[in-house]
Design a protein around this ligand. Structure first.
Ligand code: BES
Ligand code: MN
Ligand code: ZN
Length: 505
């Protein structure tokens, strides 16, 4: 999908050759003297269009407009959430018409509105086809985002680039999240990372079983030992700044299927454990976005990836394993495997002398109980890091909520047979999981995102969401020092920006 940013007043929008013209109308819309304004005024007068968000009026061959279809859609007060609602409803209503081009006109664009609009177009027209060739792929190839004045387009430029990169990152995360476990094995995820490694400023290294054992990652290796699929440890580098700049490290949980192991899960709904690599997918998606934007930053991505299977060779409840940190772990429940693979990656992260380490994991069902499917769980002992991630989540419409890390929550992790047990009691399960990880993340500022409730949707709309790529990208771009000249951007006369936002595979 190709996104373009263009200066379009309503006259120009009416004259534009496009299959569909989608006009977002907020409560504050000020009509001017042109055909579209006239239509909007009439529609409002007659009560066919009111200002409640996503209220829509569809017109066919409207007088004075060259697009065959015009959709007048109310964006309520113009909040980003309303824009997302409005664009989602409008694009969904076009499914049967399957347009090839779409022009989306907005009165004005804040960063949040741009993100909401572009992401909503992409999300609503996304069709999963990798293992369903009969699914009708979207034909939408060209999306023009129109803003009324050249100053507005000029000001929106960098936010628009960011939004397009995010769309691509989210698409990659969704695509790999959705693929079933036999089409998204650890080796296949490693291939995706290696392909990313060919992009400018990106480098990829993939470690196999022998190297992983050699590093002493006994905890990670223990989870993988019950599966025929060989484990992989993926190391991605994005180097956009001098070597002297400490990197941010992202660690993604890459369990390509979680049966629970010997502590096996119930059959109902187990298929959804193909999504247990969505943390890993979000790291890959974030690298896709970085590769497109090329910001002045250093980022490292670490992905421990394997299956969690039962079998004759599998890890057993009560087994004690030695982590790379040297701490021994009593595995009381083999279904608490995420923390077992992440702890070794957190130890590995030390070597980069990071400015911060953020792990992203579909870690606990308890987090879903706490926060549902709206906000991801956030844990951090660093107020600065927590606040920055919270703010990034709000800005990207990819919100999280901070939960506590009091030491008293770690009581249940005590073991008579090892330094630590891998599970505490049932109560406060998302927090005890975070307390377990914290033991391995003492040497740098650290945050943990539990995305068990936000990474995918169940039910009729079952599918990966691509979260929290938006949050992560926002946070990372916030670390880039802003050149003083940026505020003084010269008013050029090239208001058209082309961006290709396609391809997940
Ligand atoms: N991948 C699951 C967490 C999960 C469960 C995410 C359901 C989304 C929906 C994780 O590996 C797991 O099984 N966690 C256990 C931990 C427990 C054994 C302490 C859980 O949440 O039940
Ligand atoms: Mn599990
Ligand atoms: Zn899991």
């Amino acid at each position: 999908m190709n996104f373009e940013l263009k200066t379009l007043d309503l006259n120009a929008a009416a004259a534009l050759k496009t299959d569909v013209l989608l006009v977002l109308v907020s409560a504050a819309f000020k009509p001017s003297r042109n055909a579209l304004s006239e239509l909007i005024v009439q529609a409002r007068k007659s009560g066919d269009l009111d200002s409640s968000p996503a209220k829509m009026l569809s017109l066919w061959r409207a007088h004075g407009v060259s697009a065959a279809r015009v959709l007048l859609v109310s964006s309520g007060e113009g909040h980003a959430r309303h824009i997302r609602q409005a664009v989602t409803a409008a694009v969904a209503s076009l499914k049967a018409a399957s347009p090839k081009s779409l022009t989306l006109w907005m009165e004005d664009a804040t960063q949040q509105r741009l993100h909401a609009a572009t992401q909503a177009v992409a999300d609503t027209s996304y069709v999963y086809t990798a293992t369903k060739p009969t699914a009708k792929a979207s034909l939408l190839k060209r999306v023009v985002l129109g803003l009324p004045t050249a100053t507005q387009t000029q000001n929106a430029k960098s936010d628009f680039d960011h939004a397009c990169a995010q769309v691509c990152g989210v698409a990659l995360a969704k695509e790999w999240g959705n693929r079933p476990a036999n089409h998204a094995t650890p080796s296949m995820l490693a291939k995706v990372a290696q392909t990313l490694g060919k992009r400018p400023r990106v480098r990829c290294e993939v470690l196999g079983p022998e190297q992983i054992h050699k590093l002493g990652m006994g905890s990670f290796a223990a989870v993988a030992q019950g599966s025929r699929e060989p484990m992989r440890f993926i190391v991605l580098h994005y180097n956009g700044a001098p070597k002297s700049q400490a990197p941010t490290v992202l660690v993604g949980k890459g369990i390509t299927f979680d049966t629970g192991g010997i502590s096996i899960k119930p059959a109902a709904g187990m298929d959804e454990m193909k999504f247990d690599m969505c943390g890993a997918a979000s790291v890959l998606g974030t690298f896709e976005a970085l590769a497109r934007l090329q910001p002045a930053l250093n980022v490292v991505g670490l992905i421990p990836t394997c299956e969690n299977m039962p079998g004759g060779l599998a890890l057993k409840p009560g087994d004690v394993v030695t982590s790379m940190s040297g701490q021994t772990i009593e595995v009381l429940n083999t279904d608490a495997e995420g923390r077992l693979i992440l702890c070794d990656a957190l130890t590995y992260a030390k070597r980069f002398k990071p400015r911060a380490v953020i792990d992203i994991a579909t870690l606990t069902g308890a987090c879903v109980v706490s926060l549902g499917h709206v906000r991801s769980g956030l844990f951090s002992a660093s107020d600065d890091l927590a606040h920055a991630l919270e703010a990034a989540g709000e800005a990207a419409l990819d919100p999280c909520w901070r939960l506590p890390l009091d030491d008293d929550y770690a009581e249940g992790l005590k073991s008579n047979f090892a330094d630590v047990a891998n599970v505490g009691g049932r109560d406060g399960g998302a927090i005890t999981a975070a307390k377990f990880l914290q033991r391995f993340a003492k040497d740098y500022p650290w945050a943990h995102l539990d995305i068990a409730g936000s990474a995918w949707k169940s039910g009729a709309a079952k599918g990966a969401t691509g979260r929290p790529v938006g949050l992560l990208l926002h946070y990372l771009l916030g670390l880039v020092p802003k050149p003083a000249s940026q505020a003084q951007a010269k008013s050029g006369k090239t208001p058209t920006r082309r961006r290709t936002a396609t391809s997940a595979a």
